[in-house]
Design a protein around this ligand. Sequence first.
Ligand code: FPP
Length: 222
Amino acid sequence: MDGNGRWAKKRNLPRSAGHKKGAETLQEIVKGASEMGIKYMTVYAFSTENWKRDEEEVNYLMDLLRQYLKNELKEINKQGGKILFIGERNMLANDIVTQMENIEKQTAGNDKFTFIVALSYGSRAEIISGVKKISSLVANGDMSISDIDEKSFSSALYTYGIPDPDLVIRTSGEQRISNYLLWQIAYSELFFTKTLWPDFTVAELKEIVDDFNSRERRYGKV
Ligand code: FPP
């Protein structure tokens, strides 16, 4: 969800105004995606690198997050969706972690679609944490080296149980992955749009999904 800052700058508004509009866009997109029948949607809401932004911006984003989660819980529950979080929870404030745990518990029984929020997330950190999990299982004699394969390694990641993404969309014109789901997107289709996140619409999402449906995926085969 890139481009909130530039959206605000173009309007001579503070960056926070871009994030606020971005949160509204997110609400629309989650609703639209579930109505389109998308079963899993993951959004990159806050990266481990985002902690390096000005304290004022980080605080604003955390307050927005508190508010967003409160509103979205009701909305997603109503729509029959499940919410999960991936990322480094120990870096987030205690009240936010408690809110996240409550949301996961309260929506655990819903099965219409799954909405995953990457928060304080970095893919390299996730991979390192997976390596540590597997290493301690092996060190304790609970796993043998020959059992380490793609399937068991995937199970050691935060995304355990979540299918790999079919499609990744990055807004705002940047053509980078920026430490996002590096392991999981090995065979994903990538889509870059110049639209800034606050301007992204369900109509554009539909166009991108149509484009995705016309692509031929070979997974290395001929
Ligand atoms: C990247 O745009 C966006 C973020 C770092 C935050 C994304 C947050 C939202 C969409 C709001 C909903 C999420 C929460 C946490 C409530 P940028 O700020 O890097 O934009 P720029 O590249 O134009 O400066």
